[in-house]
Design a protein around this ligand. Sequence first.
Ligand code: FES
Length: 92
Amino acid sequence: MSPRPTGIIVCINDRFTASKPSCARGGSVAIADALEQAIAERGLALTLERLHCLGECALGPNLRLAPGGRFFHHVKLADIPAILDEIEKELG
Ligand code: FES
């Protein structure tokens, strides 16, 4: 069982070579900004950390629950409310 989430890590890595995937090319910077705003609006006790690469580049944009929680792959801006709904359930 994963520990109770205390934060969300968002990969904002951007590669200069178009031949290799990176989360920023899929809009992860905007996703991180929108998540941060939504966390504040909901008053959730979650931190948001922007990180350069979670090692799942082909599946991005990627998020991961911290500490050591599960991944969310292929995240889109429209997914944010559902992701936060899920996390809120885990927070109880
Ligand atoms: S570039 Fe995002 S996980 Fe590697």
